[in-house]
Design a protein around this ligand. Sequence first.
Ligand code: R5P
Length: 294
Amino acid sequence: MIVIGASASNGVDEKLASLLNVELIKVHHKIFPDGESYVRIPKSLKGADVVIVQSTYPPQDKHLIDALITVDAAYNAGANRVILAIPYLAYARQDRMFISGEGVSIKVVLKAIKASGVYGLIVVDLHKEESLKFFNGKCVNVTAIPELAEYIKSIISPDKSMVLAPDIGALERAKMFALEAGISEWSYLRKTRDKVTGEITFEPVEIDAHGKTVIIVDDIISTGGTVVKGSKIMYEQGAREVYAVCTHPLLVGNALDKLFKAGVKDVVATDSIPSRVSKVSVAKAIARGIESLW
Ligand code: R5P
């Protein structure tokens, strides 16, 4: 097996190759004067099974097209089977029509990846696992929750803590996190997002957070609005301190500053997207996915 590090692999390719103890080949990637991408694999892959690591953090469209071109380059270099491992899959939140006439972005993206001819697809903590139905092929959604929980255990005391999901959709993930971290209490807020403006509101809830360390667990932190409002509610309910944990730290603009200003003590995320708070790698989760796909 060979690991291929594509244009946006953020070091996950290196960690994965070293975990699997296999060769790593970095693609030769350049941008033409008009902005188009060029990808070449500088070595023969004749007969090899390969895993391409390519995340699709911003600029998402560029990184997506690079992923597709890299799959083609791998087959052209002689690869036998090609797995595409995408630490952060963009466009996952538009997973249905919220308002009539909208495009279902994740469907389009997964269909394009399928059409590239990949043998299999690995994604990490996809916003909604059900979206993989659009891929209609060999694929797996792996989770970095065990590694994130392991990290948080090293900085908090589980018996004085509770885990909070910002909405009911995130509850299963929060529960898994709590169990992995040895935390026996978890709960969720009731968040709604305006379909047009995107503005979020929380319904009033009674959660006994008195004197506790509250860990807000979500798949993505983008503008930070969800965690800022969630932590405000938790401090109002007596929380001693609030931490934020996510797999995908998009952290648009000054999101991280907003979180710290809101009293969030620390933010823990993975390297699916480069960030100042990427403290945990998704490489192990991807390695688990490879085992289940071959
Ligand atoms: C949405 O349902 C996701 O799970 C996250 O809660 C959301 O993307 C967070 O966005 P923001 O940080 O902009 O509030």
